[in-house]
Design a binder for this molecule. Structure first.
Ligand code: ADP
Length: 393
């Protein structure tokens, strides 16, 4: 029980716990430029700078052998430092242009007599065969006495920048549309009610206040989803885990959502010996709410929504199936991306900002589970997620 700081899966090694960099051969360790303790301090500071950099940094000698390789570059390329130290950089990065021509053989600044800063843009292939757009910036030592110093290469992930820019523009588009709509409605109704020249009857006042309340609720959900998703970005989700009776939670969410609906029937199917899970009731309630709201929203003609619980070893499996518009297989993974909505007129006609499933994924993974989409037995969509069974805590 208690507060647990959960991290998303695939968390990078923490900066503070970085592996020491291998010496880069600058001669600084030889004590020829100051006291040994100064050298150690300078080396430690250099290491901190390299490890603190969000960009990949690589140091190579004049033979293009890798002397240092920082953590950001490990996560960009998939190669660990131990695998690449001593190898030639062109064997590891293999920079190409977009026609597939090898730039390391033709355009590498180390092949010429260049000194000072120099740059090269291209595509590298990661250890797991993914292609990444990068910009390389070389700091070549001055010729002469210092020519034996290593060359420092800064490797910037241009895809990451492009993705961040795309995210910013999605956020702007969403803010201007989805947030502006409820604000305009609230403003319009409030101004109408406040008109000094009209005396409204009780029924009209009630209606307008009700609409204002609904729109405020919608606004509040949007804002909390945006805030929550920014917390996911900073890798910190606070979970208040308790021993949770999941079937009871499913009943509670389903009643609240679909109680008055005549077109959707919710069936809940859990075995009697379904075990308790150790989970944050509010966060798991949000996951269930989002999956059930989507099942209703994307089944415009109504139909059955089935929530099933199963036990599988030391995990439980929850499946939510509907009979709605369904999801194309090529979108099963994409729909968990932030702000992603399927490219379908029936989806565009509904309200939403494409954050719900992204939040569900972070929450379920924060609990040590998995979530995925697949096709239901007929038409319609099917979502499954797992959670670990409560232990002896
Ligand atoms: P939103 O509902 O705000 O669009 P979500 O993150 O909850 O955001 O869902 C992302 C997208 O996944 C939806 O826009 C839709 O394209 C698809 N989707 C989610 N649930 C369903 C479902 N039950 N049936 C069909 N499509 C779905």
């Amino acid at each position: 029980m208690g507060n647990v700081m959960a991290k998303r899966s695939g968390v990078r090694r923490s900066r503070g716990a970085a592996k020491p960099l291998k010496p880069v051969g600058t001669g600084m360790q030889n004590g020829d430029r100051g006291q040994p303790s100064d050298s150690v301090e300078v080396a430690a500071r250099a290491e901190l700078i390299l490890e603190g950099s969000a960009d990949g940094i690589l140091a190579i000698d004049s033979e293009r052998r890798i002397l240092a390789f920082n953590t950001a570059l490990e996560s960009l390329t998939g190669w660990s430092r131990d695998e690449v130290i001593g190898k030639r950089c062109f064997e590891v990065l293999g920079l190409e242009d977009d026609q597939g021509a090898n730039l390391c053989q033709t355009r590498c600044p180390l092949l010429g007599e260049m000194t000072g800063p120099s740059s090269l843009d291209g595509i590298i292939t990661t250890k797991d065969d993914r292609r990444r757009d990068v910009a390389l910036r070389y700091s070549l030592p001055p010729s002469g006495r210092e020519a034996s110093l290593p060359v420092v290469v800064n490797v910037r992930d241009m895809g990451r920048l492009a993705r961040a820019e795309a995210l910013n523009s999605s956020l702007l588009a969403i803010t201007s549309h989805e947030l502006q709509t409820p604000i305009s409605i609230i403003k319009a109704y409030a101004s109408t009610l406040a008109r000094p020249d009209v005396k409204w009857d009780e029924e009209t006042i009630k209606d307008k206040l009700h609409a204002i309340e609904e729109e405020s609720d919608r606004l509040s959900v949007l804002v909390s989803r945006l805030l929550y998703s920014s917390r996911i970005d900073s890798d910190t989700i606070l979970l208040n885990r308790l021993v949770l009776d999941l079937p009871k939670e499913v009943h509670r969410v389903a009643e609240r959502l679909t109680g008055p609906s005549e077109t959707h029937q919710v069936e809940i199917d859990f075995p009697t010996d379904f075990p308790p899970v150790y989970a944050d009731p509010e966060k798991i309630g949000d996951v269930l709410t989002n999956l059930l709201e989507n099942a209703v929203k994307f089944s415009p003609e109504g139909g059955r929504i089935i929530v099933r619980g199963d036990i599988s070893g030391d995990e439980v499996l929850i499946t939510v199936t509907d009979e709605g518009i369904g999801i194309a297989p090529q979108e099963w993974e994409l729909i968990f991306n932030r702000f992603y909505r399927a490219d379908d007129a029936r989806v565009r006609s509904t309200q939403g900002i494409g954050l719900g499933l992204h939040i569900c994924k972070a929450t379920v993974e924060g609990h040590g589970g998995r979530i995925w989409a697949h096709s239901g037995p007929g038409k319609g969509a099917c979502f499954s997620f797992t959670l670990p069974v409560a232990g002896e805590e």
